[in-house]
Write a protein that binds this ligand. Structure first.
Ligand SMILES: [Zn+2]
Length: 86
């Protein structure tokens, strides 16, 4: 009887851990459609306000073949106003 309770507890713990892992996974997948296996949380520097922030939270801009990431679309627009030539 004791073994049965132990197995039940183990099973419930297993399910809780499993759903927790699945939740974390789906949050990562919801990012911005990046291919799996790519590291998402690299710190990058906003070239306009020079603040460091996680790359996945940044606003991407491709200019002159260079990939730039901004902390906000405001910074992106201000940077474009100064450097944009297109
Ligand atoms: Zn910024």
């Amino acid at each position: 009887m004791r073994t049965l309770i132990f197995i039940l507890l183990f099973y419930l713990t297993y399910r809780a851990v499993k759903s927790w892992i699945l939740n974390n996974f789906s949050i990562e997948k919801n990012g911005s459609g990046k291919p799996p296996g790519q590291i998402d949380d690299i710190m990058v520097k906003d070239p306009y306000c020079e603040v460091y922030f996680p790359k996945r939270n940044g606003v991407h801009l491709r200019i002159n073949g260079q990939d730039l990431y901004f902390c906000s679309s405001e910074c992106k627009e201000k940077y474009l106003a100064e450097h944009g030539k297109s």
